[in-house]
Structures are given as structure tokens and as C-alpha cells.
Design a protein around this ligand. Structure first.
Ligand code: AMP
Length: 220
């Protein structure tokens, strides 16, 4: 079986979660979001949640060793035999190097890194409009893709929330962190010849079809 191992990069609010979900579904492989794993751990008050909470709430990065060990464990599970779509990881060059090391030990490697390009204005307005379902993780946008009933998840009926780190001050911080720590990751993958840039400002379907076009050119 050929496996497909992909990474989605891009600033907060670029649409990584939405697009990674669509791509993972279309390829029949897991979508692994380190942000979702951390938020779930915080919600369930696990040991991981306790160690990560203050970083996530403040818009800071969780230390590399914590995130690397969770990614090593998650990508080593059986459901990743056909590959995976990583979303929100790696966010530092140390994480990118760590991921290369984990995969190399298994005789594996990444196939492509998709960078969703979105300007600051679009990011700020998208994050202000974002609502998430705390129960099932479904994502909504109050202007682009609202729930059928105000404030209620279409899929499971739970009450929708804004993310704690989507308030304007924390968004500003997250954008700074992205520029400082994650833009070097873009350069890292560019120099490895893995980076594919996709414009992320169109509607969900348009961006998804651009990604599918790009994936056709990726050797697996
Ligand atoms: P996200 O849902 O990807 O926007 O992530 C939300 C928050 O979780 C981030 O602002 C970080 O605090 C934390 N986080 C998620 N992924 C990582 C990562 N790869 N490295 C460090 N922190 C992370």
C-alpha cells in the first residue's frame, strides 16, 4: 500500500483544520491536529492537558518535547499505516527535525508540505468569526459557513463556542509566534524541496480543489 504523509502549514486562521480534514477524508487517512489533541487533553484534565494548558491559553507554543512525543505516539498507531495529514505541527524547526528523525527511524518520510497562504486582514476577520463545537470539534464561520440554528452545532446539537485563544490580543500574539517560530519551518521545507504553496483566501471548495491539483503532482 502506498502511504501519503502530508503536513499543513500556515498562520492561525488559514483554514488548515478545514482543509486537512477534507484531504484526510478524501485519502482515507487520519487528520492529526496537535491543537485538537491538546484542547481535548485540557478539557479532560489529563496530565498532558495540565502541562499544556497555560501555553495554549496564552497563545504560546507548548514545549517541543511535549508535542514531539505526542506526535510520535499518534503517528505510530496502526491507523497511520496508510499515512496521515498533520495540521498545526511542526511549528518550530526543532519539531520539523524531530519529525524527520521519527519518520527516518521507521524508514518513512514526508511526501509534501502544503502551505496555505492567507494575509493578516483575512486571518483576523476569520478568527473573530470562528466558532467551534466543544463536543465533536466541528468548525463554523459566522459569516461564511454558519450553523443552521444560531449557536448550536449542526452535527451533535452542542452549544458552539469561540476558542479561548481567538480573542484579539491572543490572536496578535499567535501571529507573532507564527512569524518568529514557524516561518523558519516554511524555509526548512522549501530547502528540502517539499513545500507546495496554495492560496488560502478563496472559498472552502475552491481552496480544496487547488490542493487536490497540487497533490496530483506529488510523487508517492
Ligand atoms: P491550533 O489549534 O493549531 O491553532 O493550536 C492551538 C494552540 O495549541 C497553539 O497556539 C499552541 O499553544 C498549541 N499548539 C498546537 N500545536 C502545537 C505545536 N506543534 N507546537 C507547540 N504548540 C502547539
Amino acid at each position: 500500500m502506498t502511504a501519503t504523509r502530508l503536513v499543513f502549514l500556515g498562520p492561525p486562521g488559514a483554514g488548515k483544520g478545514t482543509q486537512a480534514d477534507l484531504v484526510a477524508d478524501s485519502l482515507g487517512i487520519p487528520h492529526i491536529s496537535t491543537g485538537d489533541i491538546l484542547r481535548e487533553a485540557m478539557e479532560k484534565k489529563t496530565d498532558l492537558g495540565g502541562r499544556a494548558g497555560r501555553y495554549v491559553e496564552g497563545g504560546d507554543l507548548v514545549p517541543d518535547e511535549i508535542v514531539l512525543s505526542l506526535v510520535e505516539e499518534r503517528t505510530g498507531r496502526e491507523d497511520c499505516a496508510g499515512g496521515f495529514v498533520l495540521d498545526g505541527f511542526p511549528r518550530t524547526v526543532a519539531q520539523a527535525e524531530g519529525l524527520d528523525g521519527i519518520l527516518a527511524e521507521r524508514g518513512e518520510a514526508l511526501d509534501a508540505v502544503i502551505l496555505l497562504d492567507v494575509g493578516d486582514e483575512a486571518i483576523i476577520s476569520r478568527l473573530a468569526q470562528r466558532r467551534v463545537c466543544p463536543a465533536c470539534g466541528a468548525l463554523y464561520s459566522l459569516d461564511g459557513d454558519p450553523p443552521r440554528q444560531d449557536g448550536v452545532c449542526d452535527k451533535c446539537g452542542a452549544r458552539l463556542e469561540a476558542r479561548v485563544d481567538d480573542d484579539p490580543a491572543t490572536v496578535k500574539k499567535r501571529l507573532e509566534v507564527y512569524r518568529r517560530d514557524t516561518l523558519p519551518v516554511v524555509e526548512y521545507y522549501e530547502s528540502e524541496g517539499l513545500l507546495r504553496r496554495v492560496g488560502g483566501e478563496g472559498d472552502v471548495e475552491g481552496v480544496f480543489s487547488s490542493i487536490l491539483e497540487v497533490l496530483k503532482t506529488v510523487k508517492r
